[in-house]
Structure formats: structure tokens, C-alpha cells
Design a protein around this ligand. Sequence first.
Ligand SMILES: Cc1cc2nc3c(=O)[nH]c(=O)nc-3n(C[C@H](O)[C@H](O)[C@H](O)COP(=O)(O)OP(=O)(O)OC[C@H]3O[C@@H](n4cnc5c(N)ncnc54)[C@H](O)[C@@H]3O)c2cc1C
Length: 442
Amino acid sequence: MHTIHFESDIPVRYTPDLTVIGAGPGGIAAAVSAARQGINTLLLDAHTMPGGMSTAARVPIFMPYSDGIRILCGGFGEEAILRLHDYSSSLGFDSAESIDAEHLKLVYEDMLMESGVHVLYESRLAKVQMDGTRIESIIVTAPDGLFAVKSRIFIDGTGNGTVAAWAGAPFEFGAPDGDVMPSTLCSLWTGFDWTTYQKGGLHNHGEKAMLDLLEQAFNSGELSQRDFHNTGIFRISQYTAAANISHEFNVNPSSAESITAALITGRKRLKEYERFYRQYIPGFANAQIIDSGSLLGCREGRRILGDYVLTRKDFDARRDFPDEIGRYNFAADIHPSHPGRTAIEEHKKHFHESCMKRGESYGIPYRILLPRNVKNLLTCGRCVSCDRDVFASIRVIPGCYITGQAAGIASAIALENGNDDPRKIHIPDLRSKLMHLGVYMH
Ligand SMILES: Cc1cc2nc3c(=O)[nH]c(=O)nc-3n(C[C@H](O)[C@H](O)[C@H](O)COP(=O)(O)OP(=O)(O)OC[C@H]3O[C@@H](n4cnc5c(N)ncnc54)[C@H](O)[C@@H]3O)c2cc1C
């Protein structure tokens, strides 16, 4: 490829003790948790709002935050969900699992402002500058031009592990045979009759009746892609529902070309689904899509390899760890990489085999937040160190709250001790602080 050499003097605009890059569920939990410990914290995001997939991509609901007995995302996660519930119920809608994204943005911003995090939107990481194995600074591109940020510790909350990968940490992506979970452009709907929808018997998207209807629409050409994995539409407020339907296959989350193509076809495809729902699904005769995600919902990204790789074996054994920072229990939800009816049957089987019973959970060791080859960096959210099955569990929002909170508290402990190496903290201190915040661990 033809290259040019680029050299420039860039202002060092910020020098906080801790910089978190990416304000998704993981990054926000990390930033708020560290700032509440008195750490001078900067949080940068390329987009215009907090929340990443949980708001901008319009993900409709929280996956499990309890094991049926205990709350598993105690501390930050539990607080965020309760605050969201307060907002939603004040408008007459009462569901603790639905995500009304507009309210969730407010919850996150309330928590960020109250804890004193310095937040910058429209600020995209452009480059990582290394001094040996230490991140010396990062270069950011923003409406006011390029600037540098120097910090003692950095946290990668980009979802796709961009900071860690660019700093030289090894990573894995997808399956060894190249399979990658599809992306979805989630959407916001209005104009439905929810009572009729629920009575109509077609709200359970995996049921045979729904699959047969989809088959009919594929055969008639009304839906152009034979995608039987129709995750569902969820009511999120009195008048709106959020949809996690349709898939874009083979999207590369590290490629602007690939994301752009998926957004363009995704928006077109949603109009097909709008026609399909209006015509075939009871309660949706007058339904209308009023918005699609402002970020593509990319399920799968880099898994940054750390000091430990959490595996399906650990998951199956419900394993405990001496450096445990929390526990989680969602099934290994690997969305099939190809459309078709067989793919969805295999997915169902794999999902059900990995479901945990009431009271069961697997331990999350601190070492999965520590990327190999880089000293002053932690990961959090969906890019932590694990195999693909564990990724498919821990990637959901409550899982990201757990690892984000732990990354923030670990950074605070290191910085309070005058140290910029999160590997050198006293693990019992970390565990005791997390337990004090309400984290459940063995
Ligand atoms: C389609 C879809 C449906 C899902 N459904 C559910 C569900 O129903 N329930 C559930 O609990 N979970 C669900 N999930 C999973 C969950 O939403 C995500 O895995 C989770 O939000 C990941 O959190 P994160 O903090 O790791 O990253 P993200 O949410 O991806 O946030 C990353 C943030 O980093 C920012 N960023 C990225 N690169 C840069 C950069 N270079 N510079 C600055 N900022 C950057 C982004 O703008 C973004 O705000 C779903 C995911 C998808 C994609």
C-alpha cells in the first residue's frame, strides 16, 4: 500500500491519573468506580453519548443480573439498573429488565457527573504511543483537532479491545475456522398493540409458528435473507418497543468499510421487517420503526489475551478463583454465523446446554483484565481475556458492569499506592473493596 509519513506537534491537553477509553457499560463502570475512590479520571468516547451498545446501539434488555438468589452485578450494575427503573416507572412503565435508552443515558450521565468523572464525547482514539511496554500517551482526534493524553494508568473500554491491540497485546477474534457472530442493527418501534401481540401467540420468536411464518415470508420474497434467528421485540416503555431482529453476517468490527456496508443494508432490511410485522404479526398492524441504532450492534470483537484466559472448562466447572472479582451466569449465546433453519436449531441446543441452574455461576479472575505485554493497562467489558464460549456469556451488559467496576477499583488501589502497574496490587484489598460495594464472590 502507498504510504505517507506524518509528523506533527500535538498539544498534551489532559494529564489525569486514569484515562478510560470507551464509555460503554464496561468503561462507565470503570470510570465511575475509580472516581468514587477519589481518582482524577478522564473518560473519552468516539460517539455522542454514554452507553455504547447499551444505548447508542439500542440493545433492548438486560441479560440476567441475578442467579435467582443473589444479584451478580452488585455495586455499579445494581445501582444503574435501579436508577433506570426509577426513571422508567415514573412514566408509568414498570420493568426492571427493559432498556429505555434515553433514560439509561441520563442514568449514566447522572452517575458520571456525581462522581466527578471528566467526560469527553466525539473524542476518538487515533494512536497509542508506547515507551517500551508502557503506554506513554494516547493520541485522540476530536472536533478541535488532534491532542494527546498522558496518564499513569489506562483502561480499554472500547468493546473491541482497540487500545490493547494497538499497544501490542495479543488477541483472538471469532472461531478458529473464521466464524464470527453476526451483527444486528437494533431498532425502536411504536404504534403496536402490546396486549394483542402477547395474546397472539407469536411473541415467542423461537416457536414453530413464528419460524413457519418467517419461512412463508422468505419464500414469497418479502424477507430477502433466510434468517430464522429472530431474537425478538421487547416493550421498553408505555408506547415504545425495541427490536433485536435481523442479522448482518460476516461483519468485521475493525473495518469502517465493513461496518458501513452493514449499516446501509441493515437499515434497508428493517423496512422489510416492518412490512413483515405489520402484515403477519397480531398487534403490529400499525407499528412503525421510529429509529435505528446510531451504532451498529457488533456482537463479536477482539478477545484480548491476558494473564489468564477464562475457558468453557472453567465455566462448566463453575470454578472459583483466588483472585475472583465477581461471578456471572449467562449462557454461552453464540449467534450462528450463517442464516438458515439448521443453524438456529444448533444454536438453541448449544445455548440450552450451557444454561446455568438457579444459584449457579462461574468465577471471574482479576487476571483476565490484565493484557499480556502491556504494563499500565487494564481491559474491561466484552474484550476481556476468555475463550469464545465464555465471551458469549460475559459480553452482555451485567457482565461488562462486573469487569468494569473491578478494573476501576483495581486502578484506584494501584494509584493510591503510588504505583502505575495494576499487576502489583494486593489482591485481598481489591476483593475486600469489591465485597464492600456489594459484589458477590466466593
Ligand atoms: C445486537 C446486540 C444485541 C445485544 N443484546 C443484548 C441484550 O439483550 N442484553 C445484554 O445484556 N447485552 C446485549 N448485548 C451485549 C452488550 O450490549 C455489549 O456486549 C456490551 O454493551 C459491551 O459493553 P462494552 O462496554 O464492552 O462495549 P460497548 O458497549 O461496545 O461500548 C464501547 C464504547 O467505546 C467507544 N469506542 C470504541 N472505539 C473507540 C475509540 N477508538 N475511541 C473512543 N471510543 C471508542 C464506542 O463509541 C462505545 O461507546 C448485545 C450486543 C449486541 C451487539
